[in-house]
Design a binder for this molecule. Structure first.
Ligand code: AMP
Length: 399
């Protein structure tokens, strides 16, 4: 079974084809700068061969059409009809979708209706879907939502203490994001613990450019740090995470900041970048090692915020089987992991510092044998997770 995964942005599309029997990726690629004179398509084949084409690509349909030709030229596929399914990453599924959905007219309408909640992402995701349906009308398309895994969060956790009509009429509530990743690593954690996902209690920490923490009880998300948008929660590369909302009124009144100014401030100019000027964790670590005080402060703030979430999620879960680190930072930054888990023995968390320092691409346990709560590093693979969910929807349809 071959599944194509598409992650469509406004000016770029990431794609990957999986051979599902062997759980193997056969090609990855990226279409960049769509709409510009020198758009680029890059294919990376399993043989190690990299194919790059630079030319004007007017829109998504032109981009995918050229990609199709390249895939055929490189003998990856003979035609798009050979695919068993196309899985699309869709950022916002609102309250409509608690799992992946076979795409039909009604699903597309729902994704469109949710555009006000994800104005940057849902329109591009929908473009990708429309193009795929046009180029390969015989292949089933499946939407896999970033929000779906969090639909199990109970109302007392997803509601904001705002007038109730804002929830009823405007949909103002916590939705959460990175759901595909939190779900994927929780499945892997259950395997490492040799127990079914349905009896797993975990705190999963997806730490990349964007970051979120999720509390998982009996395999289901019961709380997560991101909210109505991906701005709430942890300190991220350029996003503030949790702040006192009154800061916005204060800045508006004293500095005349507009809504757009505030949006840019919190989403693009805050977080690690706001504190120390850099948002790439590797650069910040280098700056801190050179004695840059703001970089040191940024790292302390980053770890402190994560620790607060570990504490609060330990409280709501009661029993925790494991903590999972994933994402670019979670998978690679041993100092961040060590600092986030420091002095948490009272919560049953005891890191093995030697194991933590070993670099590896494998899912692994980095806690001491006596640690009541296991600490795992599990590389996330959102594309594979999308392919697996797509495969399931396609197989269920065929039955
Ligand atoms: P992601 O969004 O998941 O790709 O993660 C990107 C973040 O991971 C960036 O802040 C990178 O600096 C960080 N990262 C990647 N590799 C490392 C590493 N070896 N040590 C620390 N941070 C890393």
């Amino acid at each position: 079974m071959k599944i194509l995964v598409l992650n469509s942005g406004s000016s770029s599309v990431k794609f990957q084809i999986f051979q599902m029997q062997e759980v193997k990726s056969i090609v990855t690629g990226l279409i960049e700068q769509i709409g510009e004179e020198s758009s680029t398509i890059t294919l990376k084949l399993n043989s190690g061969k990299v194919v790059t084409r630079i030319q004007k690509i007017a829109d998504h349909i032109a981009g995918l059409d050229i990609t199709r030709s390249l895939l055929i030229e490189e003998k990856v596929i003979e035609s798009l009809d050979e695919l068993d399914g196309i899985g699309h990453r869709v950022v916002h599924g609102g309250e409509h979708f608690s799992q992946a959905a076979y795409i039909n007219e009604s699903v597309m309408q729902k994704i469109e209706k949710l555009i006000p909640l994800a104005p940057l992402h849902n329109p591009a995701n929908l473009d990708g879907i429309k193009v795929a349906l046009k180029l390969s009308p015989n292949v089933p398309n499946v939407a896999v939502f970033d929000t779906a895994f969090h639909q199990s969060i109970p109302d007392y956790a997803y509601m904001y203490a705002l007038p109730y009509h804002l929830y009823e009429n405007q949909g103002v509530r916590k939705y959460g994001f990175h759901g595909t990743s939190h779900h994927f690593v929780s499945l892997e954690a259950a395997k490492l613990l040799n127990k079914p996902l349905s009896s797993l209690n975990a705190i999963t920490l997806h730490l990349g450019n964007g970051g979120s923490a999720t509390a998982i009880e009996n395999g289901k998300s019961i709380d997560t740090s991101m909210g109505l948008t991906p701005l709430e929660g942890l300190i991220m590369g350029t996003r503030s995470g949790d702040i006192d909302p009154a800061i916005l009124f204060y800045l508006s009144r004293t500095k005349g900041y507009s809504i757009d100014d505030l949006d840019r401030l919190l989403n693009k100019e805050s977080g690690l970048k706001g504190i120390c000027g850099a948002n790439d964790m590797r650069q910040i670590i280098d700056m801190a090692e050179d004695g840059d005080k703001k970089a040191i402060l940024a790292l302390e703030m980053f770890n402190y915020r994560i620790k607060k979430y570990i504490g609060s999620y330990s409280a709501i879960l009661g029993h925790v089987d494991c903590i999972v680190f994933t994402g670019g930072i979670g998978e690679n930054d041993d100092m961040a992991r060590a600092n986030c888990c420091k002095n948490l023995e009272n919560l049953g968390i005891q890191l093995d510092l030697e194991k933590n320092a070993i670099r590896s691409k494998e899912a692994r346990d980095i806690s001491l044998p006596q640690s009541r709560v296991k600490v795992f590093v599990i590389p996330t693979n959102e594309e594979l997770a999308i392919a697996q969910q797509t495969q399931k929807v396609v197989q269920d349809m065929r039955m």
